[in-house]
Structure formats: structure tokens, C-alpha cells
Design a protein around this ligand. Sequence first.
Ligand code: C5P
Length: 244
Amino acid sequence: MEDQQVSTMEKTEFLYEGKAKKIYRTPDPGLYLVEYKDDATAFDGLKKGTIAGKGVVNNLVSAHLFQLLERHGVPTHFVELVSDREMVVRAVRIIALEIVVRNITAGSLAKRLGLEEGLVLDQPVVETYYKSDELHDPLINNDHIRLLNLAAPEEVEAMRAAALVVNEVLKEYLAGRGIDLVDFKLEFGRTLDDGRLVLADEISPDTCRLWDRDTKKKLDKDRFRRDLGGVEEAYAEIMRRLIR
Ligand code: C5P
């Protein structure tokens, strides 16, 4: 935790409530405050629940990983921690794309391509999904991104390249803590003040599949999605291994 500063930045106006976070304006128009909730959803919001302590884990783990990535040259929206559940971030307009990177088969990849889970891939697979609850986040390609005008081709390339750097940095970091990085989802945004493309949203057991290297035990949101039990314990275990 030594690298996480804590600020006194106050929230002014409530801006937006997502499934797992609330966003507030701050006195500085270039900064937002993000509050992480314990609410959990899966399957497009069909499954709802609470994971006690999840907001704290996801806030602190995201802060920790954003700072790690910044040190490796990946620009992120992270500015500073405010409390166990709150961080200040650069104000961004989120690009309606989810960039997924996969190292091991699982989830929708295994299902879509008829593969068993747990196959280690020779090289990472990068996918783009259209962030739309109404359409259930469909998998889309570069032509669809152009058709929908979601991002410029150079931005798509920049997001893809950044996602691969994120993968290398996180894979190595997590391996050092006995964790296999199976797959993860990233979101990017353009800063309100100067339009810079930065990594945004969160990086947490909600958005990554994390398996114990030795036992292959799932230490992520799949425990909630698949009713595997031990959800809170898995989130706490990730925090314990990452933040020392
Ligand atoms: O479900 P799927 O296999 O496509 O998920 C790939 C990765 O992206 C998983 O780590 C999952 O947690 C993450 N994801 C996410 N938010 C979504 C969809 C997937 O964080 N809306």
C-alpha cells in the first residue's frame, strides 16, 4: 500500500450510477470521484447480489494495478485514493468498447468456439465487444466499430496495443503472486480536458479471471456467476496476495 496516496478530494454532484460503481463530480472539472459498491450483477444484470467487502477490494486492487501500469508507461485515469472505497480519476468520456484479452480458454470464448476451459493459448487472443446492455455486449470487429463510429482506427490500434502491454505486465506481476491471469476486460476513455486516450474503469476480480497457479481454484467473479461459494474469501485472497 506504500504507493497509494490518499487525498481529501470531496464529491460535489452525483453524476452516474453503474452496476458496481457511482461517479461524482468534484470541485475540479477535470476530475471525477469513483465510489466502488458491494453490488454484484452477472448475465446482463439478470443475476443480482451483494459481495461483502467487494467495493473495498476492487477499489484498492484497481488503484494498485493502475499505479503498476503507469510505472510501465500505460496512461490510466487513476489519480489518487480517497478512502477504502473511493478514488479520484481523470474525468473521461468512456469509449463504448470492451477490450478483452485472453491467455487461457474460459467463459464465452470456450463456449463460442466449442473449446474446453483451461487450454493455455500460444499467444494472447484480443477481442472487442460493443458496450451495450440492450444488445448484450455483442462481439464486434473493426468494420463494425467503424460503422458505429465508436472509435477511430488509430484509437482501436492504440487500445489493442495498450491491452497487450497491460497483459504482459499483469501476467508477470500476478505470476509472482501465484496467480494465472486467464483473461480480462479493459475499458478506455478520452479525457474531458485534452481528449487523451487513457485506460479507465477498473481492473479487479470483477473484470479479470484469476486462477490459483497450483490448484487452479477460481479467485474471481466466476465464483458469484456460477454459485461456487467462497466469493468474499476469494476477493479477500486476491487483495491479500496483491497488496502487501
Ligand atoms: O464472459 P467472457 O468470457 O467473454 O469474459 C471475458 C473476461 O472479461 C472475463 O475476465 C470477464 O470477467 C470480463 N468481462 C467483464 N465485463 C463484461 C464482460 C466480460 O469484466 N461485461
